[in-house]
Design a protein around this ligand. Sequence first.
Ligand SMILES: [Zn+2]
Length: 88
Amino acid sequence: MILCPGCFVDYLLPAIVNQTQEIIRICNECNCIVYQKDGCIKTTNLTTFMEERGLPDLWSELTLLDIGETAEEETYENTKNLFPTIGE
Ligand SMILES: [Zn+2]
């Protein structure tokens, strides 16, 4: 479980953006998004992220991934599993 860097209350859930197939992390509490671009980790929010892609800022545009995370609390800077690989 990766603690949200936006609100420090909830956790960042892994998800896929349906239209772009990007793997991101999103917070259920504050809509903070952590994503990867050009090898860098970036943080933004759902509205900005979706606007940049010309998509509506709706959770229905995302598919949450169930990767069976441990209950151990991590920060997004320290985790090794920020963006899980899928289809393995
Ligand atoms: Zn949050």
